[in-house]
Design a protein around this ligand. Structure first.
Ligand code: SAH
Length: 368
């Protein structure tokens, strides 16, 4: 299918093949043709629903966790942060929670990392009473403790793939010259690239491994910030703790579709490699706690007690909707197990609520 995004790509890219990460970046985030700039992607009338769109309970629990850590630090002057805030629903839930429980923290400025100009406007409109600054690089963050969240952000960043063919790892590319987009085999990985991909020495033909250069770069900046200035960042995403397998997926109208079938008109994500994020955090002097399954984390944070407070026995429809939303967040068959939550904090060894059974994942043989 030829889409405006594809026409743009063909007119600007001089080669027939582009990397998976370049394709994802343009398809999702190009300010004019990208998916997030041209469509109302998130929500019931969009293509997919995220946890904050399921229920206010999600934002309230995570705001409570950040607030708890802020209090443990003796309530320092801080900046608030969100990466990829989408429609701003989570921003509103967090702001409401801080306003009620920690008005001093609520008064802090918000720093938002958001590629889509249309979503930037929506996010600013969500918090008319606050100072909201959109930044294009993390070096624009003030040198203060940061309390923030990245929900379904890392999975939307470009991922690169390598495929094992003829006894060697090759770049997996996307052929944009043909009518139907298809995957193709690129050059062999250099020694440096084998290292970046953490490529295993032996593999089976057609095995695929992944790495997200932008994701790791942003993680490094956030980890360095938190290691030096303090704070905490919650990272929530569909993810796992290795880099094996092809995890790319496309979604349109709440259904999975073939990954390359609607470039610029479908959401594209990959499963986040939390192990790789954890390694970057540790190398930067910070610590990533978890990931743990969302159901376990939200239960430990007290979501069921909060849901009981919100029940509406006099309004059966609203009450049923609340129970359904709780089930959607907690049930292993829905978002409870596969969706993961991790917490980036400075080095240390305490374990905050939400992560009581968590162990920091680490690749074997790496660092002491
Ligand atoms: N956190 C929101 C939205 C998740 S969708 C929610 O939970 O509902 C992913 C978000 O990340 C969108 O806001 C998208 O525009 C933004 N995004 C994707 N790639 C980005 C990039 N490279 N830089 C900044 N924002 C990006």
């Amino acid at each position: 299918m030829t889409t405006p995004l594809l026409t743009y790509l063909r007119s600007t890219v001089q080669t027939d093949q582009i990397s998976v990460s370049d394709f994802m970046k343009t398809a999702l985030s190009h300010p004019e043709f990208g998916y997030y700039s041209t469509r109302q992607a998130i929500g019931k009338s969009g293509d997919f629903i995220t946890a904050p769109e399921v229920s206010q309970l999600f934002g309230e629990m995570l705001a409570g966790l950040l607030l708890h850590i802020w209090q443990l630090y003796n309530k320092p002057d801080s900046c608030l942060f969100e990466a990829g805030p989408g429609r701003g629903t989570l921003l509103a839930d967090i702001d409401r929670t801080y306003s009620r429980l920690a008005p001093d923290l609520a008064k802090s400025d918000w720093y938002l990392l958001e590629a889509s100009p249309a979503l930037q406007d929506q996010q600013t409109a969500t918090l008319p009473q606050r100072t909201v600054r959109h930044i294009s690089t993390l070096s624009d963050l003030p040198k203060q403790p940061l309390f923030g969240i990245a929900n379904e952000f890392f999975d939307a960043l470009g991922v690169d793939q390598a495929i094992y063919k003829n006894g060697a790892w090759h770049h997996r590319m996307i052929d944009i010259a043909t009518d139907e987009l298809s995957f193709s085999i690129g050059p062999k990985l250099t020694l440096e690239q084998l290292k970046t991909f953490q490529a295993p020495g032996t593999a089976k033909p057609d095995d695929i491994i992944e790495t997200s250069p932008v994701g790791l770069h942003l993680m490094q900046s956030l980890s360095t910030h938190i290691a030096y200035h303090g704070g905490a960042l919650i990272i929530c995403d569909y993810g796992k703790t290795d880099n094996h397998g092809d995890t790319l997926q496309a979604v349109k109208d709440h259904k999975a579709i073939p990954v390359l079938s609607a470039p610029g008109e479908s959401d594209l994500t990959h499963w986040v490699d939390f192990d790789a994020l954890s390694t970057v955090a540790k190398n930067a002097g910070a610590r990533l706690i978890g990931p743990v399954p969302q159901g376990q984390c939200l239960r430990q944070l007290g979501i069921e007690a909060r849901a009981s407070q919100l029940r509406q026995p006099d309004n059966p429809a609203a009450d049923r909707a609340l129970i359904a939303a709780l089930d959607r967040l907690l049930s292993p068959a829905q978002m409870g197990q596969a969706f993961k939550i991790a917490l980036l904090v400075p080095q240390g060894d305490g374990t905050p609520p939400g992560f009581l059974d968590a162990t920091a994942p680490m690749r074997t043989g790496e660092m002491s």
